[in-house]
Design a protein around this ligand. Structure first.
Ligand SMILES: N[C@@H](CCC(=O)N[C@@H](CS)C(=O)NCC(=O)O)C(=O)O
Length: 206
C-alpha cells in the first residue's frame, strides 16, 4: 500500500491526501513533522533532503514535493480528467498550480503563521497586515476567475482545484477579516461537498 509521510495540519500534506482520496488510491498516512518530528533523521533525509513533508512512497518509489506528487498521481491514475490530455487544457491546470505555489501560499504565509502559530502577545501586526493585503489581491484574482468558470480550469474539477482548494480552506477558516468573495464562496461550498475533500475540509486550521 502507498504511504504518505506527513502531518495532516500541513497544507502540503493535505494536497496529497485530498488527491489520493479523490482518485481512490489506498494509502497509510504517518504523522511526521511539526510536533511529531521524525523529519530530521538520516532515514527521512535520505527520502527528502529538504527535511520537509510530505513524502509519497509506493513499491520502492519515493517522491517529495506536494505539487509534484499531485501531478504524478493525477497523470498516472486520472489522465484525461484531473490531468487533461490536451496540452492547452493541461497548461491551464498547471498554471493555477504554479500560481498557488508562487503567489497565493507565500502571500498567506505570514498571516497564517502569526495568527495561528504565534502566541497572541508575540504577534507581528505589521506582518499580518502586509500578508492580508497581498492575500486579498490573490483572492480578487481567484474571484474574477471563478466568476467566469465553475472550476479553475473550466467546467471540470482538476488537480488545480485540489491544491488551490487546500489554500482556500485555510484562508476562509483563519481568524482574520476578509473581503466578501461571492464566487470563491460558491466554489468553496462546491469543493466541500466532494467526498474526496472530506478529510481536508473537516481539518481545523492549526
Ligand atoms: N515545496 C514543499 C514545501 C513543503 C513544506 O514547506 N512543508 C512544511 C509543512 S507545510 C514542513 O515540512 N515543515 C516542517 C515540519 O512540518 O516539521 C512541498 O510543496 O511539498
Amino acid at each position: 500500500m502507498a504511504r504518505i509521510l506527513g502531518r495532516l495540519s500541513s497544507i502540503n500534506v493535505q494536497k496529497v491526501v485530498w488527491c489520493c482520496d479523490e482518485i481512490g488510491i489506498a494509502y497509510e498516512r504517518i504523522d511526521v513533522g511539526g510536533k511529531f518530528g521524525g523529519n530530521d533523521t538520516p532515514e527521512y533525509l535520505a527520502k527528502n533532503p529538504t527535511g520537509l513533508v510530505p513524502v509519497f512512497e509506493e513499491h520502492g518509489f519515493t517522491l517529495p514535493e506536494s505539487n509534484a506528487i499531485v501531478r504524478y498521481l493525477c497523470a498516472r491514475d486520472a489522465a484525461g480528467t484531473l490531468w487533461p490530455d490536451d496540452p492547452r487544457e493541461r497548461a491551464q491546470v498547471d498554471r493555477w498550480m504554479e500560481w498557488l505555489a508562487t503567489s497565493f501560499v507565500p502571500a498567506m504565509r505570514d498571516a497564517f503563521w502569526e495568527l495561528v502559530r504565534v502566541p497572541a502577545d508575540k504577534r507581528n501586526a505589521a506582518a499580518v497586515e502586509a500578508s492580508r493585503v497581498k492575500t486579498e489581491k490573490c483572492m480578487a484574482a481567484l474571484d474574477a476567475q471563478l466568476a467566469k468558470r465553475r472550476f479553475l480550469a473550466g467546467e471540470r474539477f482538476t488537480a488545480a482545484d485540489i491544491v488551490v482548494g487546500c489554500a482556500v480552506h485555510r484562508w476562509l477558516n483563519m481568524p482574520i477579516a476578509r473581503a466578501p468573495r461571492p464566487h470563491v464562496e460558491r466554489y468553496y461550498a462546491e469543493l466541500r461537498s466532494r467526498p474526496g475533500a472530506r478529510q481536508v475540509v473537516s481539518q481545523p486550521v492549526t
